[in-house]
Design a binder for this molecule. Structure first.
Ligand code: FES
Length: 582
């Protein structure tokens, strides 16, 4: 940069990055300070103190993050308390429920927004305000590529849904009640009544869906203060945590502790095991792979299987279990789970408060053993996300066994193939559809390039005629994702996807499909010779290149086992800027 730090003594022990903007006595220093003073900023804020960017995904179109202005105020109080200069800045927000065609299409776009916003501005440290599903990975990915001192503050989950005397969970009960309407057990008026009962406070989905899983992931990675994962959004302690995080990030800047000083491969191992123990979302696999790619830390699909394999399900939360995030926090939250896992984890891994994850959880207590179980009495003995491979998924596919019907984890059935999401929707309830309870529903062309954006549609609805007969689960296979709040025997992320000629494109109606989760196998019982003939005859349709961002996406996105990042975004580029036009 052309700007030179002035001879002004720095506020901390060393000149900070922001001094290159605010510290000079020349025309540039005037310009950088003067325009900031139009917000009433006093001169003393430019004395070399840490400038903390508060990266905010507030939006009324992202209901899960709609309370983030108040959270940002709490972070600012902490930054000021510690002698820093807080500056809040917006980035694109991703509301899972409203965005079309799917929020995942925009995760990498937001990560670019975050990365460039941090690097281009006079920021010494960052607090990331994350909530709804994609906002957490997008912000962590962008910040990781810059690698400044960083703390994540999650927005917290909504209070438990309450409907006619029972707790209901975001997403999970939406899916189950929708099936009840299709099976004639509930009316659509009942469903409208349930809407307000399900979402009755600020915050994100209060099941262990993707948002709660990713909030747990950042805590397990050491990127947040303890208890970040589970404090409800409206609980005053969420604001205390936000203020403490603002205070702590100033400390990180003074000590020059960056993301890369905290997170290493051990941290990812902890995160993968924690995902298993809490019954976390399958989406975490793609997001963690992408985050590791940004941090240049090796992580593979096989690591998820190997690390998660013998981890028991300790937390009895929907969609795998009975309770909700509010119950989880009152029972002790993630520190109680980490303490219970004990030596299964890498307890010397670092965290943003300067202590190891083991030190942070030494005194953690569990207050409700119905919600957080012991290693001796788990909800399930083995809960890790399983990675399946075979001639139907040569690069892998995943399943969350804890959310599946155990009797279907080893299964053989005839394929019922849908060419697309639209095809599935048009025919799934057709009374003439040739399907029975043992059939394997297959949907293709719903992957990253094929849809595009890999929507959360892998948990296909069951055919109405089977629902009416009492069928509640079937094996479903696709190159899509599924909501972290969803459940069922659902095999997802089949790679390579059908739209680029993956083997899923070769399946025909009536083919026998075999799955064996214990053996980690997914197999199409069709001879290699027949498959070769089908491949020779396969006409892979041209992927639509519609221009704009969508074209960048289909041209650059990597397959799910690589984290679905853009090929040119992988890696840590740092926060340096070599040019300055001022
Ligand atoms: Fe935002 Fe579920 S829709 S977290």
């Amino acid at each position: 940069m052309k700007d030179k730090a002035s001879n002004m003594p720095p506020h901390g022990q060393r000149p900070l990055r922001s001094v290159a903007w605010f510290g000079s006595a020349d025309r540039n220093g005037f310009m950088h300070r003067s325009w900031m003073k139009n917000q009433g900023t006093p001169q003393r804020m430019f004395d070399g103190r840490p400038v903390i960017g508060i990266c905010n995904t507030w939006s009324e179109l992202t209901p899960c993050n709609a309370h983030f202005r108040q959270i940002a105020e709490a972070v600012k109080r902490g930054v000021l308390e510690a002698g820093g200069f807080p500056v809040e800045f917006p980035v694109m927000s991703l509301g899972e429920t409203l965005l079309r065609p799917t929020a995942m299409l925009f995760r990498n776009l937001v990560s670019m927004d975050v990365e460039e916003s941090i690097r281009a501005n006079p920021i010494d440290g960052v607090v990331l305000l994350c909530g709804c599903d994609k906002t957490t990975p997008a912000l962590v990915m962008g910040a990781a590529s810059c690698d400044l001192p960083t703390i994540v503050v999650s927005g917290g989950a909504m209070l438990n849904g309450k409907f006619r005397g029972h707790d209901i969970g975001s997403g999970t009960n939406l899916f189950s009640m929708s099936e009840d309407v299709r099976a004639g057990r509930l009316t659509s008026n009942d469903l409208v009544e349930a809407e307000a009962c399900m979402s009755r406070s600020s915050g994100h989905c209060m099941t262990m869906g993707t948002a709660s899983t990713m909030a747990s992931v950042v805590e397990a990675l050491g990127l947040s203060l303890p208890q970040n994962a589970a404090i409800p959004a409206v609980d005053s302690r969420r604001y205390e945590l936000a203020q403490n995080s603002g205070r702590q990030v100033v400390e990180l800047v003074h000590k020059n502790v960056r993301i890369s000083d905290i997170v290493d491969r051990r941290s990812f191992q902890n995160a993968v095991k924690v995902i298993a123990a809490v019954g976390g979302s399958t989406n975490a696999v793609i997001h963690l792979l992408a985050i590791a790619g940004r941090m240049e830390i090796p992580l593979s699909l096989e690591d998820f299987d190997a690390w998660g394999k013998n981890v028991p399900l300790l937390v009895d939360l929907m969609p795998s279990g009975r309770f909700l995030m509010e119950d989880f926090y009152y029972a002790g939250g993630l520190p109680a789970v980490i303490r219970e896992l004990g030596e299964m984890l890498e307890l010397t891994a670092k965290t943003v408060n300067g202590k190891t994850i083991g030190e942070n959880t030494t005194d953690a207590r569990c207050w409700n053993r119905d919600v957080i179980r012991t290693l001796e009495d788990p909800v399930q003995k083995s809960a890790g996300i399983a990675v399946l491979k075979g001639n139907l998924a040569t690069n892998g596919a995943i399943i969350k066994p804890s959310a599946a019907a155990q009797r279907l984890l080893r299964h053989r059935g005839r394929a019922v193939v849908f060419e697309s999401l639209e095809d599935m929707r048009a025919r799934i309830d057709d009374p003439s559809l040739e399907v029975d309870a043992d059939s394997v529903l297959i949907m293709r062309n719903v992957g990253l390039k094929g849809f595009p954006g890999m929507p959360e549609v892998g948990n296909m609805p069951l055919p109405r005629k089977l629902l009416e007969k009492g069928v509640r689960d079937m094996v479903r296979i696709s190159d899509a994702r599924m909501s972290g709040t969803a459940y069922g025997t659902v095999i997802l992320h089949v790679s390579p996807e059908a739209a680029i000629g993956g083997p899923l494109a070769l399946v025909q109606n009536g083919d026998i499909v075999e799955i064996d989760v214990e053996a980690r196998r997914i197999h199409l019982a069709v001879s290699d010779g027949v498959l070769a003939q089908r491949r020779a005859a396969l006409a892979v349709p041209e992927i639509a290149r519609s221009g704009g961002y969508q074209q960048l996406f289909v041209d650059s996105v990597l397959q799910p086992e690589k984290g679905a990042d853009f090929d040119f975004l992988v890696g840590r580029r740092g926060a340096g800027v070599s040019q300055n036009a001022h």
